[in-house]
Ligand binder design. Structure first.
Ligand code: GDP
Ligand code: MG
Length: 220
C-alpha cells in the first residue's frame, strides 16, 4: 500500500458497546466522522469507513518523508443491544471484504476500557469473535487499545502500575497479541502530538509484521 511518497494503513475497530470504538476511529482520523456518545443502548449499528487526509511528519522510509493516510472501519459492537452475534459478524465480514478485500487489513484494534476489569468470559467471547472474522493468524493482526486511560490515571494508576494490578485475563490477552497495546485517552486525542504518538505506535506494530496485510476473502 505504499507508493513512492504515500502509505495508507487499513484499520478496523472491534469491541463491546460503549468502549469508545467510534471515538478511537475519530481520534485516529482527527475527525468526528463517527457518531460517538454516551447512550444506554448501542449507538453504532452499521459499519462505516472513514479516511484521514494526508498526515505528514510521522513516517520516513529510505531517507524520504512519506505521507500517511489512515482508513478506519467503524463497526457495531459485539455484544450489541439490538443485533445478534451473527448479524454483527455478517455485517462486519462483508464490510471488511468490501473495503479491504483488495488492499488487505493492517491491524484490527480490539477496544477495551481501561477503567473496567476484563473478565474471563468476556475475553473468551471476544477472542472467539475476532478469530471467526480474521482467521487463525488473528494474533499477528490484532492490537489492544485501552481507552478511558484518563479514568485510570485519575484513579492514580500509571501504565506500569495498571499492568502490575491488571487481571490475569487481560495480561494473557496482551501476551497473546505479542504485547501490542496502547493506552488512549480519546478526550485528549484532539491534541496533535497525542495523535502522532498513537499513530507512531500503530506503525511500529505494522512494521513488526513486516507491513504484511491480512487478506480477507468474501466468505458468507
Ligand atoms: N473519559 C473518556 N471517555 C471516553 C473515552 N473514549 C470514549 N469515551 C466516551 O465513551 C462514550 C461511548 O463512546 P463511543 O465511541 O460511542 O463507544 P462505542 O459504542 O464503542 O462506539 C462516549 O460518551 C465517549 O465520549 C476516553 O478515552 N475517555
Ligand atoms: Mg460506536
Amino acid at each position: 500500500m505504499a507508493d513512492s511518497n504515500k502509505m495508507t494503513i487499513n484499520l478496523v475497530v472491534f469491541g463491546r458497546t460503549q468502549t469508545g470504538k467510534s471515538a478511537v476511529g475519530n481520534s485516529l482520523l482527527g475527525s468526528s466522522d463517527f457518531e460517538s456518545r454516551c447512550s444506554p443502548s448501542s449507538v453504532t449499528t452499521r459499519c462505516s469507513l472513514g479516511r484521514s487526509c494526508s498526515i505528514s511528519g510521522i513516517m520516513r522510509r529510505n531517507g524520504h518523508e512519506l505521507a500517511l493516510c489512515v482508513q478506519v472501519l467503524d463497526t457495531p459492537a459485539y455484544p450489541h443491544t439490538g443485533l445478534s452475534k451473527e448479524q454483527v459478524r455478517d455485517t462486519v465480514r462483508s464490510a471488511l471484504a468490501h473495503h479491504f478485500g483488495k488492499e488487505g487489513l493492517h491491524l484490527a484494534l480490539l477496544v477495551l476500557r481501561a477503567d473496567l476489569p476484563l473478565c474471563p468470559d468476556e475475553s473468551d467471547h471476544t477472542i472467539q469473535f475476532i478469530q471467526e472474522l480474521l482467521g487463525p493468524t488473528w494474533k499477528d493482526f490484532t492490537a489492544v487499545l485501552l481507552t478511558h486511560a484518563d479514568k485510570a490515571e485519575e484513579a492514580g494508576y500509571s501504565e506500569e502500575e495498571y499492568l502490575h494490578r491488571a487481571s490475569s485475563t487481560l495480561l494473557s490477552l496482551l501476551s497473546l497479541v505479542q504485547h501490542k497495546y496502547i493506552f488512549l485517552n480519546n478526550q485528549r486525542s484532539i491534541i496533535k502530538e497525542e495523535r502522532a504518538t498513537v499513530l507512531r505506535k500503530l506503525l511500529s506494530f505494522i512494521r513488526q509484521n513486516n507491513y504484511q496485510v491480512l487478506l480477507l476473502n468474501h466468505k458468507k
